[in-house]
Design a protein around this ligand. Sequence first.
Ligand code: AR6
Length: 177
Amino acid sequence: MEYYTINKVVLQITKGDITRQPDVEAIVNAANAQLIPGLGVDEAIHRAAGPELFEEAHPFAPILPGQAILTKGYRLPNKYVIHCLGPVFNVDMPHDVLLANCFRNALHICEEHSIKSIAFPAISTGAFGYPPAEAAQVTIEAILNKMPKLKITEIIRLVLFGQQIYEIFIETLKKRV
Ligand code: AR6
C-alpha cells in the first residue's frame, strides 16, 4: 500500500477487493443509473450486502452521472455504501468532470454524515470503458483537491483490482506529488 498525506488526511492506494475493507466506514459502489445490481463492483457489493441494499437504494433511482447517494451497508463489514454513477467514457460528457464529481460528491456525503474513512474502486474503468491511465489522473486530482478542505474524513482509500491498474494509479500519484 502507498500513502500520501495532506495535513491529517491520508490517501491510500492499495490492491484488492472493495468488499474486503472492514476497517473503513464506507465503501463506494460503481453503480448504474437504476441502482439495480449489475456486474463488477456492483455485483460484488450487492452479493456481500444482501437484498436489503437494493431495497434501500432503488427508490433513489434514476441517478445522474457524477451523482452519489448513501445507504447502509447491511451484511457488509462497512456501516455505509455510497453509490456513485460514473460516466460512460465518450458518451456522458464531459466525462472527466463527471468522473471527478463522483469523488467530490462522495466525499461531501462523508463530511455531512461524519464518515471518517472511505474506500473507492476505480469508478468507470470497467464496464464504462474509461481508460485506466486517464481515469487515474482525474480520480487522483479530484481527491487531492478535496483533501485540504476535509474536516472530518481522514482516510481515503483507492482499492484497485489487479496489478496493472494498481501500478498505473501509483505512478500517477508519484508524478503528481
Ligand atoms: N473490488 C474492487 N474493484 C473491482 C472489483 C472488486 N470486487 N470488481 C471489479 N473491480 P466496474 P464501472 C474493478 O465495471 O466501469 C456494472 O454493471 C474493475 O476491474 O465494476 O463504473 C454497474 O451496474 C474496474 O477497474 O464499474 C454499471 O452498469 C473497476 O472496478 C457498470 O458496471 C470498475 O469496474 C459500472 O461500470
